[in-house]
Design a protein around this ligand. Structure first.
Ligand code: THU
Length: 143
């Protein structure tokens, strides 16, 4: 069944995004990343105001690794969320980075106008919409 087109949501304000970035940063030490030692934290803001955090979880079978962003979105969805307003990411890098392609696709499924904010160990931050990160996305509207 084709889901109805979602209403556009207003973007979160700066204070809300700062809190979300802080939650992502706090989540990163809880990653299970013994192979890459690259601990990523993510925080998802749902349309009902709830925040869900997670981190990357690796596996000895490397390809089974699950990124922080997807883990956080899936935690939200399992808790009943169907609309994501924003995703924040913290990476242990000098400059902010963007989510991988697979995570962009998963974010788009539940947040077609989500804001994706990134912070890092340096002072810089990055803010994008999922539409900027994944233009012309394939999604529920195409089925
Ligand atoms: N990783 C994430 O969790 N999110 C990203 O956006 C990029 C990569 C993880 C996967 C793997 O555990 C480690 O970072 C190195 O790629």
């Amino acid at each position: 069944m084709k889901p109805s087109a979602p209403n556009r949501l207003p973007p979160p304000d700066d204070a809300t995004l700062s809190q979300l970035l802080a939650a992502a940063r706090a989540a990163s030490p809880r990653a299970y990343a013994p192979y890459s030692r690259f601990r990523v934290g993510a925080a998802v803001l749902a349309d009902d105001g709830r925040v869900f955090t997670s981190a990357n979880i690796e596996n000895a079978s490397y390809g089974l690794t699950s990124c922080a962003e997807r883990n956080a979105v899936f935690a939200a969805v399992f808790a009943g969320v169907r609309r994501v307003v924003a995703v924040a990411i913290h990476t242990p890098t000098a400059a902010p980075v963007s989510p991988c392609g697979a995570c962009r696709q998963v974010i788009f499924e539940f947040g077609p106008d989500a804001v994706v904010a990134s912070c890092c160990d340096g002072d810089d931050q990055q803010r994008r919409t999922i539409g900027e990160l994944l233009p012309d996305a394939f999604g529920p509207q195409d089925l």
